[in-house]
Design a binder for this molecule. Structure first.
Ligand code: ADP
Length: 496
């Protein structure tokens, strides 16, 4: 069982080469820039966070040290040590740093604001704070920045204000070192990341460039070329596969088109040769009127064959251009078959073939003339490819929601291998393409090899299907299914 493929010859208008689109940046540069931008953001974000956290922790540590030293002064005050003997415990000196710029100082003011004691090296700008940290508050000390120094303010045992401060030179050195280390690490990360991003961008785009170069080399004359299958990514592999499949189809269509043109020329050459030969032969010397009549008769049949061939080719060209749009009129398939069988009857009886029919009314929307051609081609074949005294059975009916036309013959049948090919243009199962030696036979000719492809085109244009079932020696059955004409079918159902 077989059904025709999609029409493969398609007449496309020749296209002018499309203008090259304005080129932007190469894709690999776009990818590289995007990756570098993301990398830069990550490096800046990460470096900023690390720097911020470390800076906070270093300052907290300095605060804690100053507060611990203030607590020792507070303890000395509580123990009644004279104000002149107050000093910053030496334990903290090494923690604050040995350099003079790191040296801590302290001031103690009485609750009334009178200076009680200081370390002697207090910068001039240092003034007492307006408020003291609350006793039992969440934080036992307050901090502030004054004249570039960090100052910790604590409450003494008799509400004295103990202020201890120092410049954070050592910490700032540490932070500066940290910043340059982070900057170095960031630059190194950017450089390595940039290299990786460049490699990645090239890796992604190189196969695309290769595909483009190969695709550019493919022309109508080199349709057998195929794109290499890149293994670097599944997306590119499927792109190449899809492109190669498209080339397969294009190559098939191109070859079919070339074959079609050469087949058509070949088919037309035979009757043209017959007419030329007959005319030259007749004109070579005076002939009897019977001889002229015979020559003209042969020419007439050759011309008719040419006309049929040209008509068929025109119909197929229209189908290829999508212009085989059938009229959508309600037509009864039984009626179409009956009319067509009536004018095929003489041919059948000439060939001693018995035409039998069982025509049940079934309505479809279509072009009665085109559907008549379907019946004529199928029944014509059934008569032509039959055995002497054979029979042809034509049936129309409504079956499984379709309007059905079935043509069955008791001929020699079609080999399985040929069943899928008989709908191809110019295909003849017996491959009898040679010019018959007898010019009369050549003039009238046998089939053109286009009958079934025309049937398939018309059926497809009507939204239907065609199937062939055949076995050698047991005849063939062609079944055409067309969509039922809904409104007409409903009306018919109601009236019955
Ligand atoms: P042709 O003009 O040669 O008949 P068709 O397209 O109608 O062209 O048919 C293609 C080929 O299919 C024929 O050459 C013939 O070999 C085969 N064929 C078509 N119909 C039948 C049939 N009813 N029985 C056997 N062979 C058939």
């Amino acid at each position: 069982m077989s059904s025709p493929n999609e029409p493969e010859n398609s007449a496309q208008p020749e296209r002018l080469p499309s203008p090259a689109p304005r080129a932007g940046r190469p894709l690999w540069v776009e990818i590289l820039l995007a990756q570098l931008a993301v990398l830069l953001l990550v490096v800046l974000g990460f470096g900023g966070t690390v720097y911020g956290l470390l800076r906070q922790s270093i300052y907290r540590e300095a605060e804690a040290d100053l507060f611990a030293a203030a607590q020792l002064i507070e303890r000395d005050l509580a123990s009644g040590q004279p104000a002149t003997q107050l000093e910053i415990s030496r334990t903290y000196w090494h923690r604050f740093g040995p350099a003079p710029r790191d040296r801590a100082y302290f001031v103690v003011w009485q609750a009334a604001g009178k200076l009680l004691a200081d370390s002697g090296d207090v910068p001039k700008q240092v003034t007492p704070a307006k408020e003291l940290p609350k006793r039992g508050g969440p934080r036992p000390y307050a901090t502030r920045w004054q004249a570039g120094d960090l100052q910790v303010i604590a409450r003494g045992p008799r509400d004295e204000q103990i202020l201890i401060g120092r410049p954070l030179g050592k910490e700032q050195d540490r932070l500066r070192n940290l910043l340059s280390t982070l900057a170095l690490i960031g630059l190194a990360a950017l450089a390595i990341g940039g290299l990786v991003a460049w490699w990645l961008a090239r890796r992604i785009t190189q196969p695309i460039e290769q595909l483009t170069q190969t695709a550019e080399q493919i022309s109508a004359r080199q349709l057998d070329q195929r794109l290499p299958s890149p293994t670097s990514s599944t997306e590119l592999l499927s792109l190449a596969t899809v492109f190669n499949r498209m080339l397969d189809r294009l190559q098939g269509a191109f070859q079919q088109q070339t074959r079609f043109t050469s087949d058509a020329s070949h088919e037309l050459r035979t009757p043209v040769t017959v007419i030329l030969t007959q005319a030259e032969h007749s004109l070579a010397r005076p002939r009897s009127s019977d001889e002229y009549r015979a020559a003209l008769d042969t020419c007439l049949r050759a011309a008719r064959r040419m006309k049929r061939l040209v008509d068929d080719l025109l119909l197929l060209a229209r189908a290829d251009a999508g212009r085989l749009q059938p009229r959508r009129e309600v037509c009864d398939l039984a009626e179409v078959a009956r009319t067509t069988l009536a004018w095929l009857e003489p041919l059948a009886s000439e060939q001693k073939i018995q035409l039998m029919s069982q025509l049940t009314s079934t309505l479809t929307a279509g072009d009665a003339q085109q559907l008549g051609q379907v019946v004529a081609n199928l029944v014509g074949n059934a008569i032509q490819y039959n055995r002497p005294g054979g029979e042809v059975q034509v049936t129309t009916a409504t079956e499984d929601g379709w309007a059905l036309l079935r043509v069955r013959d008791k001929g020699p049948g079609i080999a399985l291998a040929d069943q899928s090919r008989i709908f191809e243009r110019f295909f003849r199962a017996d491959q009898a393409r040679t010019v018959p030696s007898d010019s009369t036979a050549a003039a009238s000719g046998q089939g053109t090899g286009l009958g079934l492809s025309i049937v398939a085109e018309i059926v497809t244009a009507h939204g239907g299907t065609i199937l062939v079932e055949s076995s050698l020696g047991d005849g063939s059955t062609f079944t055409v299914r067309l969509p039922l004409e809904d409104e007409a079918a409903e009306a018919k159902l109601k009236s019955s």
